[in-house]
Design a protein around this ligand. Structure first.
Ligand code: ATP
Ligand code: MG
Length: 317
């Protein structure tokens, strides 16, 4: 069958992995549309690395199907991996190579010519911030530096799909911010990026798509903006006069609860009356000469989805 336009870069059907009798990944149906930054989010031991190893043919599924670029993994792995940049959780086995040797080796493996490889390796070392360490051996690097080199090696050959297993785990705070910026610009170039993480705020910053995995099961999947399109009803508020603000909040029947905590007000609003609240509260504050200093949902939208979904998972066990 000819397919004219590929919709999903990665698609799995009932992907399952047992280790002995333990099911580590269970009936996973991943759909990763072309061009998204897909955050594969779940707690330690959820099955993220196991899934990623199956996606990259480092591990055989117990059963289930994997399609990447509409080709079958692992049967067509050589062809598939030509267009995949993979950054494993534990980066780089070639400890005795220098960074430059390692990257040129990886470049040659991905099918680049000699000159092209050297050029790309040099560029990428600068890009990930290890330019000055080019002649250092991998074993002499810090774990963050190794992770940067692993990122460079995933990018060599300019692959269409990046599969990154907790790429920021060892990065310093500035390195994380830079990394997120890089992911966003790589996505703008049209690459599809599948990235695992257990850090919600990071996923919120760099991903527009998410798959939540817990205990080997996919609990939710979709565009983040769609998954979180539920009305908020709990807010953090700070004002120049919290006592004055509380007076208003306690008078309104649609404010279910309001209290002060660490100099901040917490407000729970009946979701049916959010419009009234948004209209009347600022009006009241300004009529009293009270300044609004901060107003935000109490938990981030993705965090709330995570808590809801993970609780549901626990109850149904
Ligand atoms: N080779 C193996 N043999 C037996 N059990 C394994 C093996 N590899 C992983 N597991 C188990 O599978 C489960 C999932 O592990 P996995 O590494 O996929 O989790 P993860 O989501 O990547 O977690 P983390 O966030 O800590 O990286 C864990 O309970 C782990 O103990
Ligand atoms: Mg892992």
């Amino acid at each position: 069958m000819m397919v004219s336009s590929m919709v999903h870069v990665i698609k799995t059907k009932d992907l399952t992995k047992f280790f002995g009798k333990r099911n580590i990944v269970y009936h996973l149906n991943l759909n990763v549309p072309k061009g998204v930054v897909y955050g594969f989010l779940g707690p330690n031991g959820a099955g993220k690395t196991t899934t990623i190893k199956m996606l990259t043919a480092a591990l055989r599924p117990t059963y289930g199907e994997i399609k990447i670029f509409e080709m079958e993994m692992p049967r067509e792995r050589v062809e598939i991996m030509k267009s995949v940049g993979y950054m494993p959780e534990v980066p780089i086995a070639y400890e005795d190579m220098t960074i430059f040797e390692f990257l040129t080796y990886m470049g040659r493996l991905s099918g680049l010519g000699k000159e092209e490889t050297r050029e790309q390796a040099k560029e990428l070392m600068k890009y990930v911030g290890v330019g000055r360490l080019a002649l250092n051996k991998i074993k002499e690097l810090s774990s963050g530096q190794k992770q940067r080199v692993a990122f460079a090696s995933a990018l060599i050959g300019n692959p269409e799909l990046l599969i990154l297993d907790e790429p920021t785990a060892n990065l310093d705070p500035l390195g994380r911010i830079e990394f997120i910026g890089k992911i966003i610009s790589l996505a703008k170039e049209g690459k599809t990026i599948f990235v695992s993480s257990h850090i919600v705020s990071e996923v919120e910053k760099m991903c527009n798509y998410v798959g939540l995995i817990n205990q080997g099961r996919l609990i939710a999947q979709g565009r983040i903006s769609e998954l979180t399109r539920i009305e908020e009803n709990e807010y953090d508020v700070a004002t120049s006069d919290n006592v004055g603000a509380l007076k208003f909040l306690r008078e309104k029947p649609y404010v279910r609860e309001s209290w002060e905590e660490d100099g901040m007000l917490r407000v729970q609003v009946d979701p049916r009356f959010l419009d009234e609240f948004f209209l009347q509260f600022p009006k009241y504050l300004s009529s009293q000469g009270i300044r609004l200093k901060l107003f935000r949902p109490h938990t981030s939208p993705l965090e709330r989805i995570l808590m809801e979904k993970f609780n549901i998972g626990e109850e149904s066990d």
